[in-house]
Design a protein around this ligand. Structure first.
Ligand code: SF4
Length: 350
């Protein structure tokens, strides 16, 4: 059995066809483009096969016989969330987020997550399993060709910790950036991690400076971070900061630091000072996000005024930061927010 078509780079697809059919590269390239650029999964009406109609049939067994299906589409506040059902009847969540001039697609790399961040609904699910490459790529394919969205940015900020599924996420990035395929620029792809430093080091070794790295920080000191993000118990902030300082950025590149502001947890004046200190040696932009309460949560969302004050204190200390204004974008700006039931409710209009 060979790999699913959506798990293959162009050169891997070319090799597969060469081994199995002995055909020239010409047809493999044409098919790859027809599928990823036009959504022509059945490769019907391809001009390349007009004079060799039988030849088309020989390729079909190497293409997806049927796509995973979208079971639900929910729209609210301009966001479109869709759920794709896997062959083992699990649900993959993805969200299309409209920005001012384009759309961003937030995709999942796992179903559930084992990281156990206490403020996160996905974390409460535990890890069910990691996604296969074709399941990651299918989310993009469906958003573009079934839901007809013009997608410019891809963010791995959905369910799961991308570096817990490192190889499949990296293979997906290679497929997404294939010039004869989707041809996304690496600068339009962001991987958001809880701060697995082994994953950050492995990513650094790939030497992809255009790819964006985001860190879900959410706490300015070890005490708070270890409390709300268990990974900090084994990887304290000093180690994370060091690996980020060494991360090879492009000339104008920055690391995106996500900070979910939780009332009375990480929002004190002392926390501002600590956050400034953490950010000081980094080329980074802070993305401030108001916490969205989930179910059974002990945490509270800060008021608009409290958000503004925290923002202002950081801005006064010359921290490079932004605060997403719209509810949707705000909700989606940190990993794990996809599993947030509040968001689910908002999306389903409850
Ligand atoms: S915040 Fe991210 S890493 Fe933490 S449990 Fe949620 S999905 Fe996993």
């Amino acid at each position: 059995m060979f790999e699913h078509f959506f798990s293959l780079t162009l050169s891997e697809f070319v090799s597969l066809i060469k081994n199995k059919l002995g055909k020239r590269e010409f047809y493999s390239h044409a098919i790859y483009s027809a599928i990823y650029k036009k959504g022509n999964i059945t490769i019907e009406d391809m001009p390349e096969f007009v004079k060799v109609k039988q030849l088309r049939n020989s390729f079909l067994e190497f293409l997806p016989q049927e796509l995973l299906e979208i079971s639900q589409i929910q729209e609210s506040n301009g966001l479109t969330k869709f759920i794709t059902v896997t062959e083992d009847q699990l649900e993959i969540e993805s969200v299309v987020i409209p920005m001012s001039h384009y759309n961003t697609l937030c995709i999942s790399s796992q179903i559930g997550c084992k990281m156990g961040c206490t403020f996160c609904e996905t974390g409460k699910m535990g890890l069910i399993r990691s996604l296969e490459v074709f399941e990651i790529i299918t989310q993009v394919y469906l958003a573009i060709f079934q839901l007809k969205f013009d997608i410019k940015n891809i963010v791995f900020m959905g369910m799961g910790e991308p570096f817990d599924n490192f190889d499949n996420v990296i293979q997906a990035v290679k497929i997404l950036t294939e010039p004869k395929g989707f041809s996304f620029s690496k600068s339009n792809i962001t991987i958001s991690t809880v701060g697995r430093i082994d994953g950050i080091k492995k990513l650094a070794k790939l030497n992809w400076p255009r790819l964006n790295l985001a860190i879900s920080l959410n706490a300015p000191n070890n005490l708070i971070r270890s409390e709300i993000m268990p990974i900090n118990r084994t990887t304290p902030l000093e180690e994370l900061q060091k690996v980020l300082m060494e991360y090879p950025l492009r000339k104008s590149g920055i690391i995106l630091i996500e900070y979910v502001l939780i009332k009375d947890v990480n929002d004190s004046d002392k926390n501002v000072e600590e956050l400034v200190e953490f950010l000081l040696p980094l080329r980074a932009r802070l993305n401030l996000i108001a916490y969205n309460p989930g179910t059974d949560t002990v945490y509270k969302r800060p008021s608009e005024e409290e958000m503004f004050l925290f923002y202002k204190k950081l801005a006064d200390k010359n921290v490079f930061l932004c605060r997403r204004k719209s509810r949707g974008t705000e909700s989606m700006a940190a990993c794990g927010q996809l599993g947030n039931l509040k968001l689910r409710e908002a999306l389903s209009g409850k």
